[in-house]
Design a protein around this ligand. Structure first.
Ligand SMILES: Nc1ncnc2c1ncn2[C@@H]1O[C@H](COP(=O)(O)OP(=O)(O)OP(=O)(O)O)[C@@H](O)[C@H]1O
Ligand SMILES: [Mg+2]
Length: 499
């Protein structure tokens, strides 16, 4: 079939969208051919999520037009008509945690007889839907107890049940580990064969090549190129995204002389908690240590214990010889521990507050209850964060809610750095960050290392781990391997997956 002839399942032409002074989209376009998985890529703040908002009828474009299978988009108020055409699975769940899976699937459209909800019918319908798409989740499970992977499948099933055959996945892999991503891709291929078309957003460009046939690149709110992925090699894709020649990539630790005699800054001994036990390691000043493992390996539990975000049951954590009490963030901060948490929404940012307030929150906290940060100081610290991390924003007073996902992540990083901590714990620090900004973030890690700080990078991303002097691998709650810098991707992946 000739692509240019076939009917697009969705087509946006000349769409523009403005938020105050920010032009989020300018005369952009997108054409997705039915049956072809289509990638939407671009740097942080390029306008991807804004376009998704227009394609799902969350907002109307200021100008331009959206058509589904050749017909104009329904009016915004007709939610049912939109749901029958398109759905988006976001990084943040749109399911209600306290309801069961079955209730979530048929919430607001409970099968009713004479005005009464028929619970047995609801359960039966939910089971039939889950079976139809071969989703191995019980309809009775509380939705809040689902893992990210299962939650995404339930959301896809819900979209399909409304009749939509066009599904947008906005960074679906950001919170999944290698095995889970493989399963998601397998599932996407099956659904594609069953007549579902995907629009796929990711900052992991290799995934674009793995799962998509076509790709559209946005840059600075504009459409740059649409091509078959086979016709756009990775270098060309990065150049389209950045508008410049591709850079050298992040520093690789393999060329550094290993650190042996620097002072130990972080010392973890025989640490045990809810999902880990017997964890011992040390990080010296000027050393970057990686900690990897699947999402259920316990690595996040260990990282959160060190940062005071989570507790521990036995063992010890010491920073410069001083004990870190369990589950006490202010104490951890006071001892000189900085942290980029796993979930920027749950533990990271206060969305309605400004960049300046968010970026300096840890400083104010470290100054104690009577601590006071002069507004001019606050502003200059925030401006420094914006400049050094390349946050795309109108300025320090803008609320973080108005920033794109990747730019929010940069503010979280800036906040961790604001107290000039001796020990930095970074959990998936580049999640949602574009390729180019990733290099900038990792360059900052390198600078901090050179300043003599001790850094623990807890991540499932190989790119994040390449700057590490050594990488510890966790499995089933314990450290099972240590790889000095210079490891091969295959060796590390095998170790993480336990093959
Ligand atoms: N509600 C809002 N108010 C003000 N500005 C906004 C709002 N939502 C988005 N923007 C701005 O619009 C621009 C595009 O943002 P968008 O979220 O579409 O980027 P994105 O391509 O999805 O980036 P990322 O990869 O970081 O998720 C950004 O400059 C962002 O700050
Ligand atoms: Mg986005």
């Amino acid at each position: 079939m000739d692509d240019s002839q076939s009917m697009p399942i969705v087509e946006a032409t000349g769409v523009s969208k403005r938020y105050g002074a920010t032009i989020a989209l300018h005369d952009a376009r997108l054409r997705v051919v039915a049956g072809q998985s289509h990638a939407l890529v671009g740097r942080n703040g390029a306008g991807k999520s804004t376009l998704v908002g227009l394609l799902t009828g969350l907002r109307a474009p200021d100008s331009g037009e959206i058509r589904f299978s050749g017909s104009p988009a329904p009016p915004l108020a007709d939610r049912q008509a939109w749901r029958a055409r398109v759905a988006c699975v976001y990084q943040h769940s749109t399911i209600i945690p306290d309801l069961t899976v079955g209730e979530n699937l048929f919430v607001n459209r409970h099968p009713s007889r004479h005005g009464f909800i028929s619970w047995s019918a609801l359960q039966r319908q939910a089971r039939a839907l889950l079976d139809q798409w071969d989703i191995g989740v019980s309809e009775h499970t509380r939705a809040g107890d689902l893992k990210v992977e299962a939650r995404q499948l339930v959301e896809i099933a819900r979209a399909l049940s409304y009749g939509a055959r066009f599904i947008i996945l906005d960074e679906p892999t950001a919170q999944l580990d290698g095995e889970e991503i493989k399963r998601l891709f397998g599932r996407m291929r099956e659904l594609q064969r069953g007549g579902v078309t995907f629009l796929f957003i990711s900052h992991h460009l290799q995934e674009v090549y793995e799962i998509c046939e076509a790709v559209t690149v946005l840059r600075d709110a504009r459409h740059i190129v649409t091509a078959a992925v086979a016709d756009l090699p990775k270098q060309a894709l990065i150049e389209a995204m950045t508008g410049e020649q591709a850079g050298a990539g992040a520093a690789d630790a393999a060329s550094r002389t290993p650190i042996r005699d620097a002072k130990v800054a972080l010392d973890v001994r025989d640490l045990a908690g809810e999902d880990f036990a017997g964890v011992s390691f040390a990080v010296r000043r000027g050393e970057v240590v990686g900690m990897s493992g699947s999402t259920s390996s316990g690595r996040i539990g260990v990282a959160e214990a060190i940062a005071g975000l989570g507790g521990y049951l036995s063992g010890s954590i010491r920073v410069n010889g001083k004990p870190v009490p369990p589950g006490d963030v202010p104490a951890a901060l006071a001892l000189g521990i900085g942290c980029v948490p796993k979930s920027r929404h749950k533990q990271g940012l206060v969305l309605p507050l400004s960049i300046a307030d968010n970026a300096t929150m840890t400083v104010a906290r470290r100054l104690g209850p009577f601590g006071f940060l002069a507004p001019s100081r606050k502003r200059s610290m925030a401006e420094n964060t914006i400049r050094s991390l390349g946050v795309v924003t109108e300025g320090p007073e803008q609320p973080v809610a108005a920033l794109s996902g990747g730019n929010q992540q940069k503010v979280v990083m800036g906040r961790a750095l604001a107290t000039a901590p001796d020990v930095l714990v970074l959990m998936d620090p580049t999640a949602g960050v574009d390729v180019k900004s990733k290099e900038a973030l990792l360059a900052i890690v390198e600078r901090l290392r050179a300043e003599g700080r001790a850094i623990l990078v807890v991540s499932g991303e190989l790119e994040d781990l390449r700057t590490c002097d050594r990488v510890l691998v966790m499995r089933h709650g314990g450290i099972v391997a240590e790889h000095p810098a210079g490891w091969t991707d295959n060796a590390l992946v095998a170790s993480i997956e336990g093959i």
